[in-house]
Design a protein around this ligand. Structure first.
Ligand SMILES: Cc1cc2nc3c(=O)[nH]c(=O)nc-3n(C[C@H](O)[C@H](O)[C@H](O)COP(=O)(O)OP(=O)(O)OC[C@H]3O[C@@H](n4cnc5c(N)ncnc54)[C@H](O)[C@@H]3O)c2cc1C
Length: 456
């Protein structure tokens, strides 16, 4: 018996914490996990899962319209927000139950409380004030939405509240330019709200390939989202039940709801980490080494709180690698260099590897292959939505450095393409793969001509 209450104390039962706790317990460790809200964390309770359910809901408007070209008449189609929220809540409760059972089956003790760090081996349970000791502590507290300090910000919502609105707002303004902002703009727009999106820079989706950024803006505008770049709010007022947003250029926009999706900050405030000697970065993220160990050897951190790549599969991988390394007797590092990812915007994006800009910066010569077309379904539906595909190839080695997709199914597609890119596939190997016909994806293996900039 060790001198500690637990071998491992995990703070936060989200994607990273749950995986680490379960695997460590499977290896025989005595594990407890503290959760201050709901087991499952952001992804399951108020992130990826409910978001994707909303995205499905919002697609039906387009589907009903598209159906007409195929001979269907859909009469009396109506959308009911409360039904969607109720059914979504049931599904989240079901998943929450599964997460709880999985932890219990692995022998992990679940403690419903906020927990803070007292020192290298001690945690305080805020619900009761009890202090417990552990040989190791894992910080897996995730991140929370960032809200700027402007007058009237208390009238704004974030994605957290968007999942529980009483009514679908008639008009909504989404502020932000990252993937959560574009996804919610698409959701609100698809469900019938008059939707505006504001972004303070010249073009949203910074960090994504520039072609995807430009084309997504075009397609979202075509679908009816009122996109305003170089625009920001300096104050929010409320009059007669309406919100009045005063922009930095002086314009005033009237709306029913304003949702901020302007980034997320690590949940380290008041956690006691600095007093315990754990080094934090400038945004409050926990600084870790390649094995997720912090500057205090008995304290580790995984997931969004480390600010490495804020995605569920990354948090899960980091949690699993931590458990393998510390309790499984094999050192495992997570490779963050190639991360396939999807954006459930409308149209959807899928991307893996280097953007054109990064590839140019890192490789002496690159080749580009691009195609843009109306998908077959749109010939009869009449939809003007375009599909886009781009390969970024290292001219010297022929290796495919990046793949960037926009169009239906891009999220599903990029998972499979991600395998090839992670394995180091060359353009010649893409070309040698027999096409699947008729699909949009076949374009990926039939792109013969290098893209050249149009003559001036
Ligand atoms: C709207 C939205 C959509 C998203 N969509 C996607 C997507 O499509 N794909 C994708 O890969 N990722 C998506 N993400 C990101 C994804 O949710 C996160 O990357 C992931 O949840 C990170 O896991 P984590 O374990 O680091 O933290 P979390 O899952 O955030 O878990 C942290 C947990 O710790 C708890 N906690 C915090 N502080 C304490 C404390 N002091 N004591 C006790 N408990 C505490 C929190 O309540 C939370 O349950 C989305 C996020 C949002 C907000």
């Amino acid at each position: 018996m060790t001198k500690y209450d637990y071998d491992l104390f995990v703070i936060g039962a989200g994607s990273g914490g749950v995986r680490a706790a379960r695997i460590a317990a499977n290896y025989g460790a005595r594990v407890a996990v503290a959760e201050e809200y709901r087991v499952g964390g952001t992804c399951v309770i108020r992130g990826c899962v409910p978001k994707k359910l909303f995205v499905y809901a919002s697609h039906f408007a387009d589907e009903f319209e598209d159906a007409a070209g195929f001979g269907w008449t859909v009469e009396g189609a109506r959308f009911d927000w409360k039904t969607l929220i109720g059914n979504k809540d049931k599904e989240i409760d079901r998943l929450n139950g599964i997460y709880i059972r999985n932890l219990q089956n692995a022998g992990v003790e679940i403690i419903e409380s906020r927990a803070t760090v007292v020192d290298a081996h001690k945690v305080r349970l805020e619900a009761t004030g009890r202090e417990v000791t552990a040989e190791r502590i894992l910080i897996a507290v995730g991140a929370m939405p960032f809200l700027p300090e402007i007058p009237g910000i208390e009238h704004a919502i974030t994605s957290n509240e968007a999942f529980h609105l009483e009514e679908l707002p008639g008009r909504v303004v989404v502020v932000g330019g990252g993937y959560i902002a574009v996804e919610f703009a698409g959701i609100f727009n698809g469900l019938g709200a008059r939707t505006m999106q504001l972004y303070r820079g010249p073009l949203f989706m910074r960090g994504f390939d520039d072609d995807l950024r430009t084309l997504l803006a075009e397609e979202m505008s075509k679908k009816g989202v009122d996109l305003r770049m170089d625009a920001d709010i300096k104050a929010i007022g409320k009059k007669d039940g309406e919100l009045h947003l005063t922009l930095t250029n002086g314009d005033v926009i009237k709306t029913d709801a304003v949702m901020y999706a302007t980034g997320r900050v690590p949940n380290t405030k008041g956690l006691g980490l600095e007093a315990a000697g754990v080094k934090l970065g400038k945004n409050g993220e926990v600084i870790v080494d390649e094995y997720s160990q912090t500057s205090v050897p008995s304290i580790y951190a995984v997931g969004d709180v480390t600010g490495r790549a804020n995605l569920t599969p990354v948090a899960i991988r980091e949690g699993h690698a931590f458990a393998d390394t510390v309790y499984g007797g094999r050192k495992v590092k997570v490779d963050h260099s190639i991360i396939p990812t999807a954006v459930f915007s409308q149209p959807e994006l899928g991307t893996v590897g280097l953007t054109e800009a990064l590839a140019r910066a890192r490789h002496p010569e690159i080749d580009l292959y691009k195609t843009s077309f109306r998908a077959m379904k749109n010939t009869l539906s009449g939809s003007q939505e375009r599909t886009f595909m781009k390969l970024v190839v290292d001219a010297q080695s022929d290796r495919v450095l990046g793949v960037h997709l926009m169009g239906p199914g891009s999220g599903e597609l990029i998972q499979a393409v991600g395998i090839a890119v992670t394995m180091g596939a060359t353009k010649a190997q893409f070309d040698a793969t027999i096409a699947v016909h008729p699909t949009a994806a076949e374009e990926l293996v039939t792109l013969r001509d290098k893209w050249r900039p149009p003559a001036a």
